[in-house]
Design a protein around this ligand. Structure first.
Ligand SMILES: NC(=O)c1ccc[n+]([C@@H]2O[C@H](COP(=O)([O-])OP(=O)(O)OC[C@H]3O[C@@H](n4cnc5c(N)ncnc54)[C@H](O)[C@@H]3O)[C@@H](O)[C@H]2O)c1
Length: 409
């Protein structure tokens, strides 16, 4: 069996997940090069994979001088994807690309056209499609367990701590520097809703705003940095990172929380009411599909939970499912209610419900065996168009938008 070679561009949180997937499948795949701008990460990368100095780059331009492997994983930040994916396509890579594909429709469609013209494969990291949770839901729908779907509601609970970490203090707090919330986070939801429904969206509208995390809601007496603050606040960074050291690993290798937050320049230690964040903390999107079915989606940063839940209403029954659960409940009308226990099919619910590793290995095998995979760019473009149009609608006070699928295929 041919071993597929992989390089990783951007060895952050996501790059590490794919590196771990490689480590678990060394008989099929090999990591050959890494490009990561933060040089302090290089020793640990080299040690993890027994790489030589010449295998780890810190400059993108040097890395892109030639093609190093069969596949390139692009797991840098959103705004870099377009530039890097175009360079990688020209070098002849098949690509595993983190979402979002790019930030504007023209660039997204350009990538799709260019990959098609060159005959290259691009998998978009819509990991939800690979979770046992959504695979079983899709199977139930395709087996007609609840008839035809008339309407579907999905909620994305972005736990309050996850929300402030990523969208008030972290990488995605400023949509001008990264991307709007509906694209950055919820393109996954729009993708999976569309996937479950199996039809194209005809119209959508959206509302949402930054409701809470702004200066006028700052409690009296709050300090600029949590380390100096005496206010009783659920968003205190020191309390959170002490209880959840795993989240601190996302931005530092240092383990001593007090030491980390001595650095007052670090956004992760600042008051959530005094940041320059501008992304929404809640948003709703209503969708009408070409055959008349509807769906509604809610993203909320106000939740104790940190997972998705949904209800699907069919012509012959209903499904209730919560991604935090191992069970999917099917309620056929007039018949006995039953449950699917996901543990019957897998025990791997880590990293996006098991989706990360399954997606990675499916793409590796698709490239090796010249087979298809379910997160091809051609199947992923629509979710991005929907997200961008939802943002247009939101900014136009909920204007109804007709969806034109201007894909080149
Ligand atoms: N599929 C998912 O479910 C999912 C989940 C989280 C994040 N993401 C996406 O993955 C991407 C990365 O997110 P993350 O959380 O890993 O971010 P991160 O900040 O942890 O990692 C990005 C890494 O890229 C490095 N980098 C930046 N510019 C570079 C360059 N020019 N060359 C080489 N390295 C460079 C950074 O130093 C950093 O280590 C984002 O686009 C994000 O939207 C996807």
């Amino acid at each position: 069996m041919k071993k597929i070679t992989v390089s990783i561009l951007g060895f952050g949180q996501r790059g590490l997940v794919y590196a771990e997937a490689i480590k678990m499948n060394l008989s099929e795949v090999q990591l050959v090069k890494v490009c990561e701008v933060k040089k302090e990460k290089h020793p640990i990368i080299k040690q993890m994979f027994s790489l030589q100095d010449t295998d780890v780059f810190s400059e993108e331009d040097v890395f892109f001088k030639q093609k190093w492997s069969d596949i390139l994983v692009i797991s840098t930040m959103d705004k870099d994807h377009y530039r890097q994916v175009m360079k990688a396509l020209d070098l002849g890579y098949d690509i595993l690309l983190e979402k979002p594909i790019a930030l504007v429709k023209e660039e997204i469609l350009h990538i799709q056209r260019h990959a098609h013209a060159l005959g290259r494969k691009i998998a978009v990291a819509h990991v939800l499609r690979y979770t046992m949770f959504y695979q079983k839901l899709k199977e139930l729908i395709d087996q007609n367990a609840i008839g035809e779907i008339a309407t579907l509601q999905q909620t994305e609970n972005v736990g309050y701590f996850h929300y402030v970490h990523s969208y008030v203090r972290g990488n995605w707090h400023d949509s001008d520097k990264s991307s709007p919330m509906i694209l950055a986070k919820s393109c996954h939801d729009l993708d999976i809703i569309r996937y479950l429904m199996g039809k194209n969206v005809k119209k959508l509208s959206s509302f949402g705003n930054l409701f809470h995390f702004k200066k006028e809601n700052m409690p009296k007496g709050a300090a600029t940095h949590c380390k100096d603050c005496t206010v009783d606040c659920p968003f205190n960074a020191i309390d959170f990172y002490k209880k959840n050291p795993r989240w601190m690993k996302i931005f530092t290798l240092e383990e001593n929380v007090d030491k980390v937050f001595e650095n007052e320049d670090l956004d992760y230690g600042k008051c959530v009411y005094q940041m320059d964040n501008n992304v929404v903390d809640h948003q709703v999107v209503n969708l009408e599909f070409e055959h008349g079915a509807t769906a509604s989606f809610v993203m909320t940063g106000f939740s104790n939970e940190n997972h998705r839940s949904l209800t699907i209403h069919g012509t012959k029954g209903e499904i209730n499912a919560d991604m935090d659960d191992y069970f999917i409940t099917v309620k056929p009308y007039g018949k006995e209610i039953y449950q699917i226990d996901l543990r019957t099919y897998t025990h791997d619910f880590s990293h996006h419900g098991g989706g990360d590793y399954r997606l990675f290995m499916d793409f590796i095998r698709a490239v090796r065996d010249h087979t298809s995979f379910i997160t091809d760019i051609n199947d992923s473009v629509e979710s991005h168009v929907l997200a961008l149009e939802a943002e247009v609608s939101r900014l136009k006070e909920g204007k109804v938008i007709d969806i034109q699928l201007t894909s080149c295929m």
